[in-house]
Design a protein around this ligand. Structure first.
Ligand SMILES: C[S@@+](CC[C@H](N)C(=O)[O-])C[C@H]1O[C@@H](n2cnc3c(N)ncnc32)[C@H](O)[C@@H]1O
Length: 368
């Protein structure tokens, strides 16, 4: 049974000996200093190897140690401090100082409470996924809050970890919002947009006009329309009826009183400035194309629509280890003027990553 913030305060430490018995691998050296011998990372199953490649490439000096599906521990020459968690590992949905392994969830929770966790999140490996356990009406942590995570890996294998909530990291257990797709969505891509919005705390307003390359059949478009933004979708393929209900036929006659959809029914390379109009604020792409192709298109669209303040791209990879190229993707976005750039494998991504670029006040909102 997951424990939300309300119940946490009510729980009492009943038996400290039992806690000591349950603690099989006590790795937290000093609770007051919040340092630990190990950190652990939660990721999507089958991204463990890519995460190790990424960590190696980042030259953090971390060495991988114990590992299970969706769960990797790292060790270093020096004890880890909580500030060491402020690294951006695209494959990791959650990074924690490890308190080690416990026989029961209760023992793990007690240890986390003792080290100052104000809120407990749960995650478990289930149905081939590392899932966050969402609790109805659970409050999101505030910036600076210490959050404990209990990861259930087996009947008597509960790992306890601690992190500090920051801007631009997921507020949800295990970095997984658990959001469910509505039946009306024509594709799973709806989840990709919604998960990215929740992970990074992105905001859209009725003033936003998003251009999306590879928009058919329209899951992302539907999510954006529901969030009040209008969309210019570029794709030669057919859109779902549920999206076409919002369609306009002439971009120049877009209404001001409701979100609309304009289908630019051609390949991205043939889309021109007149298809976009003057007010585009976001660039998105979900095409099945190589990162270099998508980033070239992004650059071209940014030139045609200089008001673009945000970029959200689903990068489809042939191999997850291509994450080692992330510095090139970041440089490409920075050269286009995006000052805050992030790469993240979201819980709903398969062999893909979400690449985010922001500038101006949108970028400031996400900076630590
Ligand atoms: C994964 S689907 C996109 C799903 C969509 N974003 C949604 O929300 O439902 C990929 C789409 O990319 C489109 N696509 C591939 N290459 C393209 C190109 N060069 N220009 C425009 N669309 C392209 C395909 O036609 C296909 O509809």
């Amino acid at each position: 049974m997951p424990v939300g913030i309300g119940r946490l305060g009510e729980e009492k430490v009943q038996n400290r000996n039992a806690l000591a018995e349950g603690l099989r691998v006590p790795t937290l050296r000093s609770m007051s200093e919040r340092s630990a011998e190990f950190v652990f990372a939660l990721c999507n199953p089958e991204s463990e190897r890519a995460m190790k490649v990424e960590v190696e490439m980042m030259k953090l000096g971390w060495r991988s140690s114990y590992q299970r599906r969706g769960f990797v521990t790292f060790k270093s020459d020096q004890p880890f401090k909580i500030d060491d968690l402020a690294v951006e590992i695209a494959c990791a949905r959650r990074l924690c100082l490890s308190h080690g392994k416990f026989k029961t969830r209760e023992h793990a929770v007690e240890a986390l409470k003792e080290s100052g966790a104000m809120l407990i999140h749960d995650a478990k490996y289930e149905l081939s996924k590392m899932r966050g356990v969402t609790v109805e009406n659970q409050e999101h942590p505030k910036i600076g809050d210490l959050v404990g995570t209990v990861v259930e890996l087996g009947e008597s294998e509960f790992w306890a970890g601690l992190h500090r909530h920051q801007k631009a990291i997921s507020p949800d257990p295990g970095g997984d919002s658990g959001v469910l797709m509505p039946d009306s969505s024509p594709s799973r891509a709806w989840l990709k947009l919604e998960e990215a919005v929740r992970f990074w705390g992105l905001e859209f307003t009725p003033q936003d006009i998003v251009v999306e390359l590879g928009c058919a059949p329209g899951g992302v478009v539907l999510a954006l329309l529901d969030r009040g933004a209008s969309v210019i979708g570029v794709d030669p393929a057919k859109m779902a009826d549920v999206v076409m209900e919002h369609a306009i036929t002439d971009r120049r006659e877009a209404p001001n009183d409701r979100p609309w959809f304009y289908h630019c029914k051609k390949p991205a390379a043939l889309a021109a400035k007149r298809d976009l109009g003057p007010e585009v604020t976001w660039f998105m792409s979900d095409m099945n194309q190589a990162p270099s192709v998508v980033l070239k298109e992004c650059e071209r669209f940014k030139k045609m629509a200089p008001g673009i303040r945000g970029v959200l791209i689903t990068l489809k990879l042939t191999s997850m280890e291509q994450v080692a190229e992330k510095a090139d993707w970041f440089s490409a976005l920075r050269e286009m003027g995006f000052t805050t750039v992030r790469l993240q494998q979201l819980s709903v991504n398969h062999r893909e990553f979400a690449l985010l670029g922001l500038r101006g006040s949108s970028a400031e909102a996400l900076q630590p």
